[in-house]
Design a protein around this ligand. Structure first.
Ligand code: NAD
Length: 478
């Protein structure tokens, strides 16, 4: 029986059922949380072939090995990490009450309680990961969840809905499928928390809708993540790692390098290296299963439009392959390097999210920092180099969601460390302990001492002058 909700009909009833179940169930033990996570793990293991097949079809030929690595193993990693660590996370922490309660035997602790039912909205670029990786922390924190996959990958959305319906209790995890209209209705529901992954523009709409019900939000957004190639870098090795990062998922990753700052006197060498390395990893494009196609015609024309717009504005464009490797019958594309385009070009304003990279020559690292700070805070920042003082300067004078040094993407894949943006690239975190905290309510419980000496100390009304003197005496600067 398909028990998932395949449209908005039934969504509010499902949410109500989940929220009633939250109240009825009381404390959610570590054992129950582990069991729920294990059921999701078992589902992914049992259904991974159909999920991977659906992703391959949705992308028009995404390699199954890539989907296994990115979406299946990425999700399993988060789920197993939460399963194996949640017991330590949820133990209440004792806190010291202030004087004089501390001397009178008062106690205080912080309990980590589930918020209730969490709505999770995912993207198409990592259609399984953006739902199940946050779900790990959501369930680890003792919550229930309703997932909303992206409509841009409809077969995957249906495969997820079918898998969830077959393996999970809808009162614990349900799915609703559909597009932007469904997303709008979804984000207007009185969830106990909303976890959204997607674009900055839609993120604003989610926050607006959530505000109506005072629903707290976690927003995992995108942006133009910069990479800095320092003069101190091993140029060839850095280009290799950048090429691999840019090739991953055809550049369709939220943490994909978008702008590459290159020492001006090394520009030609960097262009040569990037082209040679890319064509080495991907000798041909059109019929190469390792090249992930751009997801659909609309996104392809968006990216091609950015490149064409820059070309018309006078930017130099270099390609890893010649035109014989550009086909009308599929959406696999070579890596295009857009060199120093004018600032008003769309490729300098919009997130590329595809197989292109902007190269910006620089002379002085201070100008790079200034340029980065002239834009919204990016989701990721990359520094390639060995100059520790320069790295410190970059880290201390910029702000981004996360950072990888001498590599790209990797920090975002760590299950042990928080992942999230700042400013226009998002708010809140998931992964690891911080993800557990994000979806928990931190409830302070103060237990008063039996003995209350305030009467003897002259601290109860009617207040005497002595009380005021006692208060005054404590207004000190030390
Ligand atoms: P998107 O914002 O277009 O869509 C994301 C989700 O929001 C989809 O499920 C969609 O159906 C839904 N949606 C669309 N309009 C809506 C509305 N008005 N109200 C409610 N929901 C709505 O993003 P996308 O194209 O799927 O993904 C690409 C973007 O996501 C890029 O900006 C990328 O950087 C970002 N992203 C961020 C992360 C991260 O972890 N920070 C991960 C992947 C992608």
């Amino acid at each position: 029986m398909n028990r998932s909700v395949n449209s908005v009909d039934g969504l509010s009833a499902l949410l109500e059922r989940q929220q009633q179940a939250v109240v009825g169930a009381g404390t959610v033990s570590a054992e129950v949380r582990r069991e729920r996570i294990q059921q999701v793990i078992n589902m992914v293991v049992a259904e991974h072939k159909s999920l991977v097949a659906a992703m391959a079809e949705d992308f028009g030929g995404r390699a199954e090995s890539f989907s296994l690595m990115n979406d299946v193993l990425g999700s399993l990693g988060s789920l197993k990490h939460a399963r194996d660590h949640l017991e330590g996370w949820l133990a209440p922490q004792s806190r010291t009450p202030f004087a004089p309660y501390d001397q009178l035997g008062a106690q205080a602790q912080v309990m980590y309680q589930p918020k209730g039912s969490v709505g999770i909205i995912g993207t198409w670029n990592a259609p399984l990961f953006t739902l199940l990786s946050p779900l790990a922390c959501v369930l680890g924190a003792g919550n229930r969840a309703i997932l909303k996959p992206s409509e841009i990958t409809p077969r995957t959305a249906q495969a997820i809905a079918d898998a969830v319906a077959r393996h999970l209790d809808p009162e614990v995890v349900g799915v609703v499928t559909g597009g932007a209209e469904v997303g709008a209705v979804f984000s207007a529901q009185p969830f106990d928390h909303l976890m959204f992954t997607g674009s900055t523009e839609v993120g604003k709409k989610i926050m607006r809708a959530a505000a109506e019900n005072l629903v707290p939000v976690t927003l995992e957004l995108g942006g133009k993540s910069p990479a800095i190639l320092s003069r101190s870098a091993d140029l060839e090795e850095s280009c290799k790692r950048l090429t691999l990062a840019k090739g991953a998922n055809g550049g369709q990753l939220c943490v994909s390098p978008d702008l590459l700052y290159v020492p001006a006197d090394q520009l030609e060498s960097v262009i040569d290296n990037l082209k040679t390395l890319f064509s080495g990893f991907y000798p041909n494009i059109t019929d190469n299963p390792d090249v992930v196609p751009v997801v659909n015609e609309q996104h392809l024309s968006r990216i091609e439009g950015y490149i064409e717009d820059a070309r018309i504005a006078g930017a130099r464009i270099e390609s890893s392959h010649d035109d014989s490797q550009v086909s009308d019958v599929n959406r696999r594309r070579p890596l295009r390097l857009v060199i120093d385009p004018p600032k008003q070009c769309r490729i300098m304003q919009e997130e590329i999210f595809g197989p292109a990279l902007v190269l910006l020559p620089y002379d002085d690292i201070a100008d790079v920092i200034q340029d980065i700070n002239s834009r919204s805070n990016p989701l990721a920042l990359y520094y390639f180099g060995q100059d520790k003082a320069e790295l410190e300067q970059v880290l201390s004078q910029t702000l981004s969601g996360g950072v990888s040094v001498n590599d790209a993407l990797i920090h975002a894949a760590m299950h042990e460390a928080p992942f999230g943006g700042v400013g226009a690239s998002g708010m809140g975190h998931y992964h690891g302990y911080e993800g557990f905290l994000e979806f928990s309510h931190m409830r302070t419980v103060f237990t008063a001492p039996e003995y209350d000496p305030r009467g003897e100390w002259g601290m109860l009304p009617p207040y005497h002058d002595g009380f005021q003197a006692m208060m005054e005496a404590q207004v000190t600067a030390d």
